[in-house]
Write a protein that binds this ligand. Sequence first.
Ligand SMILES: [Zn+2]
Length: 124
Amino acid sequence: MTEPTLGDLLEEMLRTRPPTSASDDRIVYGAVCTWWGGIADVGLKPFAGEAVKGNLPVCPHCGGPLFEMPSLGEWEEAVRRHAERSGDRDYPAFVAWLRGRPCLSLGRGGYDEMRRRFDAEARP
Ligand SMILES: [Zn+2]
């Protein structure tokens, strides 16, 4: 048996991907940037491989790759756990403030810059 090609894997992924709908509350977030939002808010980058053509879901601001979580509830739970573990009590409010904002690159200090903006704008 031969190994599946990247085209095979992408075709399978696109075929089995659940449709986006109003009840689809998957959360996506930047792998290399500060953006996060709902699955319906993603940007699409045209993709043409050997075996498949389609669109890759990407950050709507920078076009960067995204990670996905199954639901808003699981996302919020992960945020809460991080806040608890790190002792950062403002983290949940920061993450809520960050939703949908134009992103900054994580590799270029984007997290710290967004945190600075949050502190300046959103905190009393
Ligand atoms: Zn981005």
